[in-house]
Design a protein around this ligand. Sequence first.
Ligand SMILES: [Ca+2]
Ligand SMILES: [Ca+2]
Ligand SMILES: [Ca+2]
Ligand SMILES: [Ca+2]
Length: 429
Amino acid sequence: MKTKSNLNFYLLSAMFILVLGSCTKDPETLIETVLVTETVTVTTTIPTTTPTTEKVGSGGISFIDDTQTWTNDRIWIMDGKIVVRKGATLNIEPGTIIKSQNGQGVDATALVIAPGGTINAAGTSDAPIIFTDIDDNIDYGDGIVSPNRVPTDTGKWGGIIILGNAVIGQDGGTDDIEGIASGYDWTTYGGNDNTDSSGTFTFVSIRHSGSQLAGGDEIQGLTLGGIGSGTTINDIEVVGSNDDGIEIFGGSVSITNIVIFAQRDDALDLDQAYRGTLTNAVVAMRSNSDTPFEIDGTEDGTGTITGAFTINNVTVYGDAAPESGKNNLGDWKKAATGLTNNVVYKNIDGLSIKGIDAATYNGQASAASTGNLNFNNFYFVTSGTLADIFAKTSVTDYADWAEVISEQPANTGADESTFSWTLWSSINN
Ligand SMILES: [Ca+2]
Ligand SMILES: [Ca+2]
Ligand SMILES: [Ca+2]
Ligand SMILES: [Ca+2]
């Protein structure tokens, strides 16, 4: 018999003081204050017989301050914010199923790896780790497909947030992650360590996330803030996010093999001068998905903290019947700098690019360079025209790097053979 103890901070009197901007800078900014008024230490004893389920947290905020392992012999149920703090380690065995309670607002469930905390969630293609919601009936033995959930089920729980100490493009070099309490050492991310490691996160399928957290913010399936290149994040699937699939706020971690399926907002959302590389991704949009790419540059007002992203090898599938104004083909926004390379778009008749920042746009290139927004090898499989696809942008030299084509050329876009382990692959292939 082994015991574990963790500190549970209950929000016995969670007070949201919503101060409607007295600040002149941005009158719509909501400043949120959460008062943590009581500390409770809870010791749980793991029974000698294997339980069917095991609960972690009791709503509010629970801290993991030691080393814990979530095993693949029971279903783990997260309830509230589960925060792995600095110095602590959460191990998750391959194949483990984790379900989240469906509390809303301050009680919304999310897994947070704080800066200096470590996650070791090394799934495999044969035994991926699944994060889903409490009303998903999936169990060991079901494989990758839920018996009751559909990919367009969204907003059933919060999501996963991993924070680190790498450089972010923000005033002062640090920021508070949106959607949870501000001003704590476990909510503030960004620093100087671009090789920082938050651990390993591989072969993970994250489903039906995006309920509103405290403050009215929805978070993505996977949110990365200031994650360093020492972190291993590969083979990630996000299904049915009510917000973005993956949103990355600065940092330098690179990710290979990504599926974003049926997200409501954007599939890959980059902010704060992210300087890593995303390689090999499938984006399969639903009728109300916004874009496959929503990319912003630095938010550092002095302009001194910069970085350039690279995105390589993506296949984007539009929905068969997108809603008006949805399924835009990408939005490269304010101060975005980096390279988007080798993208194939399918099923996109009538759709167009939402925007390309004229200030940073720098035409065709084969490598990313700081300060420049470049593109290379875009293939639109459509009966439409480049002029229509680029009509909402000021770009005129698009033919240097984009073409309309009737069939996908060989060796373009994503290598979909790497995704056989995903729910998307099971449903669509
Ligand atoms: Ca977002
Ligand atoms: Ca968007
Ligand atoms: Ca977004
Ligand atoms: Ca964003």
